[in-house]
Design a binder for this molecule. Sequence first.
Ligand code: BDP
Length: 672
Amino acid sequence: EDGYRLWMRYDAPAGAQIDVRGGSPTLAVAAAELRHGLTGDAGPVVIAAATDAAVAALRLPTAELGPEGYLVRRVTLAGRPVVLVTGNTDVGVLYGAFALLRHLGTGGTAADVALRSAPKIKLRVLNHWDNLDGVVERGYAGQSLWDWWTLPDFKDPRYADYARANASLGINGTVLNNVNAKAESLTAPYVAKAAALADVFRPYGIRVYLSARFSAPIELGGLKTADPRDPDVAAWWKAKADEIYRTIPDFGGFLVKANSEGQPGPRDYGATHAEGANMLAAAVAPHGGIVMWRAFVYADTDPDDRAKQAYTEFKPLDGTFADNVLVQVKNGAIDFQPREPFHPLFGAMPKTPLMMEFQITKEYLGFATHLAYLGPLFEETLAADTRVRGKGSTVAKVVEGALEGHTLTGIAGVANIGRDRDWSGSSFNQANWYAFGRLAWDPALSAEAIAREWAQQTFGTDPRVVEPAVGMMMASREAVVDYTGPLGLAHLMGTGHHYGPAPWVSDLKRPEWNPVYYHRADRQGIGFDRTKTGSNGVAQYAPAVATLFADPKTTPERDLLWFHHLSWDWKTQSGRSLWEELVHRYDRGVATVADMRRQWDGLKPLVDAERWQKTATYLAVQEREARWWRDASLAYWMSVNGRALPAGVAAPAHDLEWYKAQRFPYPPGNPQ
Ligand code: BDP
């Protein structure tokens, strides 16, 4: 039990009767999956596209399923009662097969099956931050899954298992290489390697995309410039796109990180992000490709507030992007922190499809060792109300295109997948891949329901295991917020590797690299003033939201210090002073982890030894590191505010200098 089988732990003995009507590779993999996962008890199962004559004769309501939806239900076909798995396309049928397996894996039976669903978002994509040398930036699950060296000849069987897992969730795209891209990924040998992966993924409905380095025309093409307005540059990209599509006919398109953290981009030439994106979009458009252009920039436009920079730079470009461009926006305006208010760009660019970017890998939430279920984080952002078109203008509706009538829509998750046997570094990290995929299909699903179905398929349906596991998961993300940065604090982590606490760091070159820039703590108070008296970042939100965030009394307490600089004596909702409340929350975070450990200990007789032991060990690490975060943070805050701890609160284990002196050579995932 090493976790390799993820949530697809089928052990069915042969015996299922599967009738496949059609001969495509996609139907073949759907049938294989069902043979693997169904017992004979399910009775006869027919899998067929809705275009099949016998299925069409049933006149089922398939029109509303769109190209990827599915319908699974009992029908009578040729006089015989069967379970029918259908959809308008073979990929829809495949998704239906996985939905049937999920139904059975979560306690449902073939007798009561009646499933119907269609995805609300068109592009549901993983972003792999995988380098060509096999190192995964911010990856904590081993080396890259892609063995570029032995590709295209050797197609590791894991590639197909990866595709199965994604298809089981409805993920239909994968960006193979890091956004901090190397031009070499666009050379013919690497395109051939990507094509081999595309061949494996194709039956599973998954397209490949590549991160494109904007300066590739210089590095590969020998041009003097990568200026998007230069006709030679545009011609180089067009020829490159034509070459890629000759090798990968269903290539998805490009993802671009431009003018951010040292990456080249159109701004290097005084051109706009839209000019850069549109030039690439023109190259892939004849082939039906798209460009995902990231809004994760920090520029010198708003030196006073990094949280304002993406909006300042992108909002004026609304309406100027080509039809096949999506702007990909992180969930929050800083950088994948354990908690951030939703990014103010959502709702602010009505003429542009905005793609959500979540981080599944836990760069800022304890790497792979901490148990932090991200379902609640994703859910919280998707459910946030931008109010741009009145109440109910949620981020989910922006991303689904429902608010402004976009049909090209997308959502991306930075993958937590590597070559570890358990794929994601721990059993519970698998749940974050799972939750991303399920929410990408339907952003209205509840994080708790997803946790439950994941736990049932991963550990079996015994409620004595499932309920405690769900309880641990649902408490876990808030615990990380509590012990790393409660009340809206953010960006307090160690430099570079982002491991552990370092709120004291103040000597890095750019002001916004320093934790002190974010917390602004001094003897009197703490927090970043984003109201009128400060950066006025609140004004980037719709007026109804801006008004709430402008006043500390109406700001949700979870975001308090994100928007306000307040006195240590500020009275919080609990009646405690801000200082006492902060201490209380650090302690609450540590206590929650201790409680998670106790709950997991109780499951020892009910979970297989291998997966139980690894989780138990990681929870012990997490408890130790939660204490470390709490202790180091409190030691630092006390050095700034000169206050004592409230009565009865444990003092930090060491003095501040001890925490400052800790060093962590060779941490995983750190860019070199
Ligand atoms: C940051 C990561 C960095 C990424 C960057 C990005 O620390 O490694 O390259 O995001 O999203 O959070 O481009």
